[in-house]
Design a protein around this ligand. Structure first.
Ligand code: AMP
Ligand code: MG
Length: 348
């Protein structure tokens, strides 16, 4: 029995190592990067750690240049500045990402929408020039918002209708975390944690053989105060919340996640949404898109999508009326923070 236990433990360990590839590790190496408007922290051990971190850093800078809409020479800017209705060659990577974004729009009844760019600009979120636009101004911009204004022309070509612009801010970091997972795996990294500002990917646990602990920010308290902690060894976890970016005017708070139905900051009764999925490459993009969309959709529609099984994920939701909801797929790995004072519920 004891030998069987030891064998099982060895097999489990082998499974963990195989999940991220490569041989045994002794030391954790760390890199910090500022890109995509965010401080990013990467930690890795095992395999070709140094080469992995170097490649990861270069890849983040490359993606920042390609996917930013404020850099004039990015692929996104080339598309946004192409004449209306004209197919622009954006390359297969951006083409595929836009195609996925359009799928998420369809699956979320339009709550996820990369064409909100002109609306985000009207609020000043893109340019750091905050203001509250008149509803008439927003309505005029909303005429050009919607997935139907983006046309996949095939072979890396995309066209936009007149007045339509795209912004991948709600999905780019998730896509970057997928690329980080691919790079770490191809370099045989056995233990890793990549935090791209609210977008986390973990593999293999820490060097003490314990799961990684992913802290989930309490949206109602100062930075670093947690709503709870998720333990994971192979997962993506992405959080969206109005607290991450906002401004105040005349005593009213306006945040950066826009409801495409109104053009105004979403008021769905949720203050934070964390989407969790296993570490399969591709799930980083999914978690990022869904965390933004579900923040717009609110508790009921978020849980409907979770129950529908269309996508395989779990949720941590914080509500404006003081509840902390966790779906049952991760409840045994989630520890609520008592000092946050939320009423804790496990949802099934
Ligand atoms: P995230 O932090 O991933 O939730 O993404 C928020 C960012 O995505 C914002 O700063 C905007 O650039 C953009 N955005 C805002 N609202 C939406 C939306 N409903 N769908 C897609 N992107 C959005
Ligand atoms: Mg997102």
């Amino acid at each position: 029995m004891r030998r069987f236990g030891a064998l099982l433990a060895a097999l489990l360990l082998a499974g963990t190592l195989a999940a991220c590839g490569g041989q045994e590790a002794r030391e954790m190496q760390t890199t910090q990067i500022f890109a995509m408007d965010t401080v990013m922290a990467l930690r890795a051990a095992g395999g070709e750690t140094e080469a992995a971190l170097q490649a990861a850093e270069e890849e983040i800078y490359r993606l920042d240049e390609e996917l930013s809409r404020t850099r004039e020479d990015s692929a996104v800017s080339r598309l946004n500045s192409a004449p209306a209705g004209t197919a622009a060659d954006v390359g297969t990577e951006l083409y595929d990402l836009i195609a996925r974004a359009l799928d998420f729009s369809a699956a979320t009844d339009g709550a996820f929408d990369i064409t909100l760019a002109p609306v985000s600009s009207a609020w000043g979120f893109t340019e750091d020039a905050y203001r509250v636009p008149a509803q008439t101004e927003l309505d005029a911009l909303l005429a050009h918002v919607g997935a139907e204004h983006v046309h996949l022309e095939g072979e890396g070509s995309v066209s936009l209708d007149a007045g339509t612009r795209i912004d991948l801010g709600a999905i780019a970091k998730g896509y970057a975390s997928d690329r980080m997972a691919e790079i770490f795996q191809s370099h045989g990294v056995t233990h890793g944690i990549v935090d791209l500002g609210g977008n986390t990917w973990v593999c293999g646990g820490n060097l003490e053989g314990e799961p990684w602990q992913i802290g989930i920010q309490d949206p109602a308290r100062e930075s670093g105060a947690l709503a709870g902690i998720l333990q994971a060894t192979d997962a993506f976890a992405v959080t969206s919340g109005g607290y991450q970016r906002y401004f105040e005017e005349d005593g009213v708070t306006y945040h950066h996640i826009i409801d495409p139905a109104t053009g105004r900051p979403a008021e769905s009764g949720l203050t934070s949404v964390t989407v969790v999925a296993d570490g399969t490459v591709g799930n980083g993009t999914m978690c990022d898109a869904l965390s933004t969309a579900l923040f717009v959709m609110g508790e009921e529609r978020a849980l409907d999508l979770w129950r529908s099984g269309v996508y395989d994920f779990d949720l941590v939701l914080v509500t404006a009326d003081g509840r902390l909801l966790v779906t049952d797929g991760i409840a045994d790995r989630f520890q609520p923070d008592e000092t946050a004072g939320y009423a804790y519920e496990v949802v099934s």
